[in-house]
Write a protein that binds this ligand. Sequence first.
Ligand SMILES: Cc1ncc(COP(=O)(O)O)c(C=O)c1O
Length: 492
Amino acid sequence: MNHHNTPLFTALMQHAESDPVQFHIPGHKKGAGADPQFRSFIGDNALSIDLINIVPLDDLHQPAGVIQEAEQLAADAFAADYTLFSVQGTTGAIMTMIMSVCSPGDRIILPRNAHKSIMSAVIFAGAVPVWVNPEKDDQLGIDHGVTLSSVRQALKNNPSAKAVLLINPTYYGTSVNLLDMVEMIHSYGIPVLVDEAHGTLLHFHDDLPMSAMQAGADMAATSVHKLGGSMTQSSVLNVQGDLVDIRRVRTFMSMLTTTSTSYLLLASLDTARRQLALHGKALAEQTIRLAADTRRQINGISGMYCFGEEICGESGVFAYDPTKLCIHLGGLDISGFAAEQWLRQHHKIEVELSDLKNILCLVTLGDTERETGLLLKALRHLSETFKSRENKSSQEPAAVPDFSSFSLTPREAFYASAESVELRESCGRVISEFVYVYPPGIPILVPGQLITPEIVDYIQQHIEVGLPVKGPEDPDIHKLRVVAVPERTAAQ
Ligand SMILES: Cc1ncc(COP(=O)(O)O)c(C=O)c1O
């Protein structure tokens, strides 16, 4: 396949150049009807290809022309049988994966540190989750992957499970032995779905963990916009093998997708694929080197630790993504969240996420030594400013607590009649809404779950340090919605 070609982007540019008289949406008509300041800021080029699914430009809902060609090139680049473009982020692709394999009442095996989009899909599908706890890293206060033996045990206990979903890599950048995991799960004859939101580059360099498609997984949802150079909200769903029905996958993707698909996002996927296919290896190489050098220097800064190769073999970690810098502030008198704010205020540095004791910085194809140099300068200043006199952390790290018991399925609890109670008084009740910290978006509470004192403490600890706890109808989290009357027991 010729990866120099960009069928969709080229068609859009040619269409715009032909200067058609448009009597269709979008009503801004090449920018003429847009707010002048916005138009001048965004530029007429961008507005001229902000088009819709007229015949020459194909239709994402049933691609048969230039979008189909662009998706076929992407499938070749990611070594998939099929690639579906998503303008609803990886969230839309994850929902498609789960809903296309689970009917109401079906069981699906999920890691406890699953992103909120996975939980939403479980509710929409009416699936019954079987949770597997990931390995915890008590020193860093983060979760890694699930182990082969825990997934095998879940499969033995739930022989009717319809699929297993895995994360590759985690937000913090660690991976399980995906090849062995896929082989083991396939021996049960069911598909492996992979949340590869943070794994766009994996396929393009051997020094990165193995990609889901390389490991033989059946579907993988990948945020090309996060690390692959396309525009925010654009992702792909890669599909291979015969354990999933591609027609059903397409049907769900279409059902979950706006009819007014953004051609700017689609064109950015087409061109990101060109860049990755032609230069992905070289760009990844350069990124890995830059991150490795930055990591080495961070580990020379007092009070900080950024894990690297040595993490492999620990806490169930098989491989790690060197481009993600998870900086543990264990030796400093500052929480991760306060460090995030301090870096913004004093150095105009924006990190990817923070938690109680870590900040996460992503080195990508877009970085150079200039940016990493500024980060290192700021981190040295942070270390000098918050050096711990006791040489001990003021804020203990804490991974998300294990799930307490579920007395209803997430869907049952979500739709049950509910009432609001004070956070402190909610212990012993069954939650009917989500509570999570975003980012990373891993739920602390999922509808149907028993609220325990440990979980309430965990939520309060996060609110106290100012971390963004979200989900409940009450944005201040003074109250939680709980199921009014317990309806029945033991969903799992
Ligand atoms: C692990 C994980 N999965 C899925 C998603 C959803 O991806 P998107 O933002 O592309 O919808 C995210 C987003 O942060 C994520 O961190």
